[in-house]
Every structure is written in C-alpha cells, then in structure tokens.
Design a protein around this ligand. Sequence first.
Ligand code: HEC
Ligand code: HEC
Length: 93
Amino acid sequence: MSNGQNQSWRPTKRDAMFLGIVAAVIILLVLGTSERTTKDVPSDETHRAVSKLSECLSCHGAEGVRPQPVGHIKGGQCFQCHIQPKGWRGASK
Ligand code: HEC
Ligand code: HEC
C-alpha cells in the first residue's frame, strides 16, 4: 500500500522550526527598516544659527561640548544623515 506516491506532506518539527526562523527574520527586517536611529538636528537657536560644517565640529568634534560617538563617520555631509530643522536658513552643509 505505502508506495510513497500519494503520501501527503505533513509538517514535521523541523519544518515548523524552519518556518518559525524564516518568519522571525522577516519580522526583524520589517521592524528594522521602519526605525530611524539617526537623530535629527535639534531645532533650537544654536542649531539654527550655524551654517558651516566647521562650526558643527567646534562643538561636535572630539574636543567639543558634545562629541560625536566613537566610531562616528569623520567629516561627511551632516545633513545627509541628520535631518536639518524646519525653517532652516543656512546653506546646506
Ligand atoms: C554651539 C555648539 C554647537 C554647535 C555649533 C552645533 N551643535 Fe549640535 N548639539 C550641541 C549640543 C550641546 C547638543 C545636545 C543638546 C541638545 O540636545 O540640544 C547638540 C545636539 C545635536 C544633535 C542631536 C544628537 C543629540 O545628541 O541629541 C545633532 C544631530 C547635532 N547636534 C548636529 C549638529 C550639526 C549638524 C551642527 C552644524 C550644523 C551642529 N550640531 C552644531 C551643540 C552644538
Ligand atoms: C553617514 C551618516 C552620517 C553623517 C554624514 C553624519 N552622521 Fe552623525 N550620526 C550618524 C549616526 C547613524 C549616529 C548614531 C549612531 C551612533 O551613535 O554612532 C550619529 C550620531 C551623531 C551624534 C550623537 C547623537 C547622539 O546619539 O547623542 C552627533 C552629535 C552627530 N552624529 C553629529 C554629526 C555631525 C556634526 C556631522 C557632520 C560633521 C554628522 N554627525 C554626520 C550618522 C551620520
């Protein structure tokens, strides 16, 4: 009788685990894309006043009051990653 031809597929424990892992990876990817970790430039007087990259680094350079985190990209266009405040009047840097 059991010639293996019309055996229907029945999920085993291994199949269930595999599907579980696939589902977990997809969920993590979806959650990961919706979450921005780069902080916006604060919309305060200080940050509205600066218009030069070198000014940013006088506070956010290694010696500044608020240094960039260790391993942060050196230089670069700040506003490519840190969105500038609304009503910004300085030049894009
Ligand atoms: C006069 C000093 C000063 C200058 C100039 C300055 N910042 Fe800041 N910045 C600060 C301080 C202090 C904070 C943290 C306090 C706060 O949240 O307002 C901060 C916070 C930030 C944050 C948010 C991250 C955090 O720690 O909360 C970003 C992004 C940032 N600055 C980017 C910039 C960029 C880009 C420029 C140049 C256009 C710039 N800053 C110029 C002093 C400065
Ligand atoms: C390639 C993208 C990129 C560019 C360009 C960039 N940053 Fe960042 N910056 C990040 C990311 C991502 C983080 C948060 C991750 C971390 O802590 O390293 C961060 C963190 C920071 C923080 C600390 C925020 C906190 O969490 O307290 C400051 C201050 C900052 N950046 C300033 C600057 C300044 C000033 C410039 C321009 C000279 C700049 N960044 C350019 C991506 C960037």
